[in-house]
Design a protein around this ligand. Structure first.
Ligand SMILES: [Zn+2]
Length: 220
């Protein structure tokens, strides 16, 4: 009887040792091990910042015309293509090019709900509007011909709300400069967190996704 208790005890010790070894092997080899890795933490942060963009997107910024079938926009992935106004730099955005080269023709709507953070003239961006979305993403619409309303900083806008019209303003210190490039809408997307005050994101794929969510407006 005593012997069998001793064997039982020994068996328990062996089993315990085996489990202990197994667990320590697992903790050495499991994915959890990467938690303390700064690179993977950074990757997760970026993932979360990108996720915020998806959460807020609702509409493509240029609606389709119910009057004119030929009124369309096209765009390519021109991320970081060279731009040379006021020095050489990379293109931080996507340009939506119209089939009708006419300033003030195409409506521009907000892609998201949000609050107007910036409005008015910028040397490069011309008449621009910058909207901070619900999940803290900055959406930048540039080169507008005019605004739909007398917007002010802090005004609340809804996804799909008319912001203004596509134009060719910008590339000039003087307010109202036009004609320095073809009519188009420049779209910029910027994310941020505590460490990164402003990070430009390529809008191309987000716009590709939004192509299935075009509003229809009556314009011709
Ligand atoms: Zn651009």
């Amino acid at each position: 009887m005593r012997l069998s208790i001793a064997s039982y005890g020994l068996l328990l010790i062996c089993a315990g040792l085996f489990i202990h070894l197994e667990l320590s092997w697992l903790s050495d080899h499991s994915v959890e091990q990467t938690e303390g890795n700064p690179a993977s933490e950074q990757a997760r942060e970026y993932y979360e910042l990108y996720e915020n963009i998806w959460k807020d997107l609702e509409y493509f910024p240029v609606p389709e015309s119910t009057e004119d079938e030929k009124a369309a926009v096209s765009f390519e992935n021109s991320w970081m293509f060279e731009r040379t106004y006021g020095g050489s730099y990379g293109h931080e955005g996507t340009d939506l090019m119209p089939s009708v080269d006419k300033s003030g023709y195409y409506p521009v709507v907000s892609m998201t709900d949000g609050v107007i953070e910036n409005i008015g003239w910028l040397e490069k961006g011309g008449w621009r509007i910058g909207i901070r979305s619900v999940h803290d993403v900055y959406f930048y619409y540039a080169h507008l011909s005019s605004y739909a309303e007398e917007f002010e900083r802090g005004d609340v806008v809804e996804a799909g709300q008319l912001l203004g019209w596509m134009g060719d303003t910008g590339y000039g210190k003087e307010e109202g400069t036009t004609g320095q490039f073809p009519v188009h809408l420049h779209v910029g997307i910027y994310v941020r967190n505590e460490e990164i005050p402003e990070l430009a994101v390529n809008p191309y794929w987000f716009l590709k996704y939004l192509e299935q969510y075009k509003l229809k407006y009556s314009f011709s």
